[in-house]
Design a protein around this ligand. Structure first.
Ligand code: AP5
Ligand code: MG
Length: 186
């Protein structure tokens, strides 16, 4: 399985990714986690990304694409993987497409969790990560609407998009995701 999670900040992408990778025994590749680790370690990628993340803006496409491509080449990705929070722009999606086409390893499915904004704000306020400050959350939601939401159509046209109601307990949402995955062809 090669799975992509798009969906706005706070919708539950990370929460559901953790369940999915445990069930399918595939690596969880979260670009947000990778960038936070890079910042922590003080790498060049981390130094470049820190200001973007702190302001709720996206890190540069070229930087994120390079990180992901390097990660996908590791041997644990041969059996599949879950991409959480990547791609996030059309440029990233096109870059990923090129990479996957060259290797004849197409995506299995793109999952888009849906939750209304008021509930997202509640969830993020309760979590309290460094970038869960009201002004930054607003910026992240705006970046999503402008730069990432167009990916839904991009993947719908490729017949890969599956929209999932993200309201309910994490277990309820996971049940919906499992149903979608079980119904996939192949
Ligand atoms: P990233 O780490 O991806 O953060 P995000 O998109 O802002 O999303 P979150 O992690 O906040 O949301 P989530 O959906 O994972 O929510 P979670 O499951 O934790 O990115 C951070 C930053 O890195 C970006 O702003 C950007 O700057 C940069 N970046 C990352 N990827 C990039 C890329 N590809 N290109 C460029 N820049 C990039 O849930 C949230 C809370 O809700 C938790 O407390 C959870 O316990 C709770 N919760 C979850 N599900 C439920 C439920 N069903 N019911 C009740 N509570 C729930
Ligand atoms: Mg997350």
């Amino acid at each position: 399985m090669r799975i992509v999670f798009i969906g706005p900040p706070g919708v539950g992408n990370g929460t559901q990714s953790n369940r999915l990778v445990a069930a399918y025994q595939i690596p969880h590749i979260s670009t947000g986690e990778m960038l936070r680790a890079a910042i922590e370690q003080g790498t060049e990628a981390g130094k470049i990304s820190a200001g973007f993340i702190d302001q709720g803006h996206l890190a540069p496409d070229s930087l994120v694409l390079a990180l992901v491509e390097e990660r996908l080449q590791q041997s644990d990705c041969e059996r599949g993987y879950l991409l959480d929070g990547f791609p996030r722009t059309i440029t990233q999606a096109q870059g990923l497409d090129q990479y996957l086409q060259a290797r004849e390893t197409p995506l299995s499915v793109v999952l888009e969790l849906k939750v209304e904004t008021a509930l997202i704000l509640e969830r993020l306020a309760a979590r309290g990560r460094d970038d869960d400050r009201p002004d930054v959350i607003r910026q992240r939601l705006e970046r999503y609407a402008e730069q990432t939401a167009p990916l839904a159509d991009f993947y719908r046209q490729k017949n890969l998009l599956q929209e999932i109601d993200g309201i309910g307990t994490p277990d309820e949402v996971f049940g919906r995701i499992q149903q979608v995955l079980m119904a996939l062809p192949g």
